[in-house]
Design a protein around this ligand. Structure first.
Ligand SMILES: [Zn+2]
Ligand SMILES: [Zn+2]
Length: 247
């Protein structure tokens, strides 16, 4: 099987990340992944330096973490793909967006201002995919849990940084609406206590190939405990989700 990280952030671009693109690649290479998808936050608030005056300069800044990761990946023979996490008006509605490139960003300078329904439609019109990241995340900055089951292509049902309860709810959501599932570590640091991998039976040539395989049901999702001594230790399926939580 070929292992992929579908959700991680570089310090060059995302101000909440503590690890450079190159170090992220080194880390995932050291634990046997075939590829990683860089999903820096596409929203002004999260950009490390939001002072670039023009949109082309902001886009150039936005891809800096990906470029650094890609360069390191080429040196190591590891696949690094470009994507982003669109954080709608910083209200806790975060959408991993796959299959579009830097040119698409350059052509769409007003993404921050779009109505969320227009964002989904624009991405789909141009052949991209929208995946709802951690849809049941609970945090102070999140106004409300808000779902878009007719608009997303898939749901991130296992996020390594969320609780088994939040992931359980995401999984129930995907199951009940018959939506495809992906997983991601939401990695901002490299070695973190839990990691996910999306595994494919073939080596993907692009991020579209990974997502299309997931939509066809050809991928498997895995959650691991991780520490530097023992490496990856898979969490059994019956421990991944917890259906009830004492509030
Ligand atoms: Zn972040
Ligand atoms: Zn994220």
């Amino acid at each position: 099987m070929y292992k992929y990280e579908m959700h991680c952030h570089t310090a060059e671009t995302s101000r909440c990340s503590r690890i450079s693109g190159a170090d992220l690649v080194d880390f995932y290479h050291s634990i046997g992944y075939t590829g990683i998808v860089i999903t820096d936050h596409l929203y002004n608030y999260y950009l490390k330096d939001p002072t670039q005056p023009s949109w082309p300069e902001r886009v150039e800044f936005f891809v800096a973490g990906y470029r650094a990761a890609k360069q390191r990946g080429e040196a190591l023979g590891m696949d690094v793909f470009f994507a982003w996490e669109y954080s709608h008006k910083r209200k806790g509605n975060d959408f991993l967006t796959y299959g579009l490139d830097m040119d698409w960003l350059l052509e769409n300078p007003d993404l921050d201002e779009l109505h969320i329904n227009d964002y989904y439609d624009l991405v789909h019109r141009d052949g991209g995919y929208v995946v709802h990241a951690h849809p049941f995340r609970e945090a102070r900055y999140i106004d409300m849990i808000r779902l878009a089951p007719r608009k997303v292509d898939a749901v991130e049902t296992i996020n390594a940084c969320r609780t088994p309860f939040e992931n359980c709810m995401a999984n129930l959501y995907a199951e009940n609406y018959a939506l495809p599932k992906i997983c991601g570590s939401d990695n901002h640091r490299g070695p973190i206590p839990q990691l996910t991998s999306l595994d494919l039976p073939f080596r993907a040539g692009s991020v579209e190939e990974i997502v299309q395989a997931a939509l066809r049901g050809e991928s498997t999702l895995h959650l691991y405990q991780y520490d530097t001594e023992r490496g990856l230790c898979e969490i059994p399926e019956d421990k991944v989700f917890c259906a009830a939580e004492k509030l």
